[in-house]
Design a protein. Structure first.
Length: 154
């Protein structure tokens, strides 16, 4: 499954950048913080539409970036897709979509992406801590918000 990255620069000569699969997208079309990039080097986004189970509603997120949460050279890679309701708003995604990919191509299997009903990503505590660290580094979470967290038992 490929991904079409649209440039946020309306004057860009490339306008659309193609990533062949999720690995190509993450390895070759993101910056060091995980934001998607057009071939021109400016920010990009992936437009998606999903029918929701609730009464035929449609969710129309703009995917702005991906944070890989797993270790390199491991077949199972959980990730957080950064989504926004506005493709030009990079300061803070409005949604964080947990997903994963599994690459079994070296052993003759497929490359699969899991997200949605009954296909959840499994995160350990280090994945969660890495996600919080990355979300803080891109400005999605502030130190004040982290300090204000209260632990609720029961």
């Amino acid at each position: 499954m490929g991904f079409l990255i649209k440039c946020t620069d309306r004057h860009c000569g490339h306008q659309d950048t193609w990533a062949d699969d999720i690995i190509d997208l993450i390895q070759n079309h993101t910056d060091e913080r995980g934001w998607f990039l057009c071939e021109c080097g400016k920010n990009g986004y992936i437009n998606n539409d999903f029918f929701l189970q609730e009464g035929g509603d449609i969710w129309k997120p703009y995917l702005m970036g991906a944070i890989k949460l797993g270790n390199n050279n491991v077949n199972y890679q959980p990730l957080a897709l950064l989504a926004s309701s506005n493709p030009y708003h990079y300061s803070a995604p409005t949604d964080i979509w947990l997903s994963y990919y599994r690459d079994l191509r070296q052993s003759g299997g497929p490359l699969t992406i899991g997200h949605g009903y009954r296909i959840q990503a499994v995160l350990n505590k280090y994945h969660i801590l890495n996600l919080v660290k990355c979300l803080t580094s891109i400005g999605c979470l502030t130190p004040d918000e982290l300090n204000d967290l209260k632990i609720h038992n029961g």
